[in-house]
Write a protein that binds this ligand. Structure first.
Ligand code: AHR
Length: 630
């Protein structure tokens, strides 16, 4: 193999490798959003979903759900609770999202909005799976005006399946809403914040961008349940929740309790992007619901509110604090702009209806904000009639980016490692916005994040990197999945209520992202690109900042191969470096909660000697060779 280190090729975008966030598989509520109480504001379809009343001894008590939809449309319901527990106990227990993950010695912050005619006292208690108390406190409430009340306490034991019990003492009544419990160890210790272990896994990827909020949830099953960013900002208690688009999907694993409360809303997405050094990439609804479900569209002459949402979003992210939406950003704690540079118009839409709507959005956005790059949908598939219809039109419109999605077999990924070698260099850039190798046809448990899928993705990614002039951004999808609450497999990161792990696919993403370099270098055998010959796939980059030459070679074959890599153009004829290899003996190998590092990269020293590197590429492996030779 020969790497031409003295001829640095096209620049690699600093944000090339990013992440795709969608609230699917309980990624947000019940996942990265650290709220432990399910249905905290009684707004789920069944108002007491997640809650259980109990009366012990001679205690009495009951709940009346009040609906104030006329005066309080964004959060209409609250609970009017009355009880007589002079003897016995009347309580309400919340089951959490498939239980609550509780950690010994950690502080928990309870809060509720309440009003009462008298003085009432509540006992707030964490229970383990057997119902024993593992931490409690009491809270006294008085005052007949709505007010937020808080109490903190420490858990005495670790419990993956905890619950929250509220016991009502004496005799009394209370109006209650937004009953909430957060651990104190959120990311950056933000009150009402995000689960730190999950954010850390994202930060470790050093992602160049974060695409949010999806995915199909941008579109909604129908337009009423589309994602509307304006309803996700401002005070948390005023954010109007909606049923999650993945709530009823895949009946055998249905999640009727899957809602979007928007505690993780657009402000928090922008903040997360900033925290992890990623460019924000919001996708907005273009007046079309999910075309897999319905053919619901907004007539062209009624698109204005949708268009206004797009324009106002740019003002929210970047506008001066004198503007309406820029001021809201400042009021929420971020006067500085979020530096939004791009946005997606529609997700996986297709057909004539999409083209018509895209044109209207593009002309309005570019007229007001010419610097904003627009990402267009390419439909759900990288080939077939929808793509064949749409792709030439988008190319003729010379759009900024086409968002291609590929959920395909490992074989498809290997074959398509050279997909972009022949793409028109003068046409639009490509955003490989959603991809994952699926070893099974259906989204089912057997469709695992195994080594076979990760290896195929790595081979494909060498093709993306070799063509970084055309493919300027890429993200695996979906990102997160709760082991007990998923609707889609495979997924990059899995978690339960307390633990989380990166899949082999995660480590492949991480190796590419952390070794992205600044310029593409040519790597060939003879004069040929290495994309499948002898089962090898390769790409190389120079990093002008660190003076590294970085070579990625994927051996998809079942035999090890010895290679000599000639690097004739380097400045230093000998240089020290590292060889990082990720491999696994079996294609079926996976990581799990109990064995999270079964497949992981291993690093060793390597050096360039006389302008060449000799190494052995193990069967079924990804090798990253990095030498300080520039
Ligand atoms: O990533 C899961 C889904 O796949 C996304 O929501 C959608 O864009 C695609 O069909």
């Amino acid at each position: 193999l020969t790497v031409k280190a003295d001829k640095p090729g096209v620049a690699i975008q600093p944000n090339m490798w990013g992440i795709f966030f969608e609230d699917i598989n309980f990624a947000a509520d019940g996942g990265i959003y650290a709220e432990l109480v399910k249905n905290r504001s009684f707004e789920f379809y069944e108002p007491l979903m997640g809650w259980k009343e109990a009366r012990e001894g001679s205690a009495t008590g009951g709940i009346l759900i009040q609906n104030l939809s006329t005066t309080r449309p964004s959060n209409p319901r609250h609970a009017s609770i009355s009880w007589n527990a002079a003897t016995g106990v009347y309580s309400l227990t919340n089951e959490g999202f498939r239980g609550m993950g509780i950690k010994k010695d950690l502080q928990y912050n309870f809060s509720l909005w309440a009003k009462t005619e008298g003085n009432v006292k509540l006992k707030i208690e964490l229970l383990n799976a057997s119902g024993a108390s593992i931490g409690s406190t009491t809270i006294s409430i008085s005052g007949n005006e709505w007010k937020k009340h808080t109490a903190s306490f420490t858990a005495s034991a670790t419990e993956p399946k905890g619950k929250l019990r509220i016991s009502f003492e004496g005799k009394g009544s209370l109006d209650a809403d937004m009953i909430s419990l957060f651990p104190n160890d959120t990311w950056k210790n933000r009150p009402g914040g995000l689960r730190a272990d999950l954010v850390q896994l994202l930060a470790d990827l050093k992602p160049g961008f974060i695409r949010f909020p999806g995915g199909c949830i941008v579109e909604g099953h129908e337009l009423d349940t589309r994602y509307q960013w304006k309803k996700t900002v401002g005070q948390v208690e005023n954010r109007e929740l909606i049923v999650n688009r993945w709530n009823t999907e895949f009946k055998h694993r249905s999640a009727p309790d899957y809602y979007q409360t928007f505690g993780l809303g657009f402000f928090e997405y922008f903040q997360l992007a900033e925290d992890i050094g990623a460019d924000p990439l919001p996708i907005i609804n273009c007046g079309m619901a999910c075309q897999f479900n319905t053919s619901e569209v907004v007539p062209l002459n009624q698109l204005d509110p949708y268009l206004q949402d797009a324009l106002d979003l740019i003002e929210f992210a970047n506008g001066s604090t004198d503007t309406k939406w820029g001021k809201l950003r400042a009021d929420m704690g971020h006067p500085a702009p979020f530096n939004l540079k791009m946005m997606g118009v529609g997700n996986e839409q297709w057909g004539e209806q999409y083209v018509e709507r895209y044109k209207i959005f593009a002309s309005a956005i570019k007229a007001k904000y010419p610097g904003i790059k627009i990402i267009t949908s390419a439909g759900p598939s990288p080939d077939g009639p929808l793509f064949e219809y749409l792709n030439p039109i988008l190319r003729s419109l010379n759009v900024d980016f086409i968002d291609e999605h590929y959920y395909r077999s490992p074989e498809w990924f290997l074959k398509n490692a050279s997909r972009y070698d022949t793409y028109d260099r003068k046409g639009p850039n490509i955003f490989a916005g959603e991809y994952a190798a699926h070893t099974e046809k259906k989204v089912q448990p057997e469709n695992k994040n195994n080594w076979e899928s990760a290896l195929a993705e790595a081979a494909f990614m060498t093709g993306l990197e070799r063509n970084a002039d055309v493919v300027q951004m890429a993200s695996y999808a979906p990102l997160f999945a709760h082991v007990e609450g998923w609707q889609w497999t495979p997924d990059l990161i899995w978690f339960d209520n307390l633990r989380s792990f990166g899949t082999p696919n995660y480590y492949v993403q991480k190796l590419f992202s952390l070794n992205k370099g600044t310029n593409v270098l040519s790597i060939t055998t003879g004069n040929e690109t290495i994309a499948g010959k002898n089962g090898l796939y390769a790409s190389a980059v120079a990093d002008n900042n660190t003076k590294d030459v970085i070579i990625k070679v994927v051996n998809t074959g079942d035999k090890e191969q010895s290679v000599v890599i000639e690097v004739p153009g380097v400045k230093k004829a000998s240089a020290a470096g590292t060889l990082t290899v990720i491999r696994s003996a079996n294609a079926e190998d996976v990581n799990t909660l109990d064995n999270p590092f079964n497949v992981k990269p291993v690093e060793q020293a390597i050096s360039l000697k006389g302008k060449s590197i000799k190494t052995v590429l193990p069967a079924g492996s990804v090798s990253i060779i990095k030498v300080k030779a520039l």
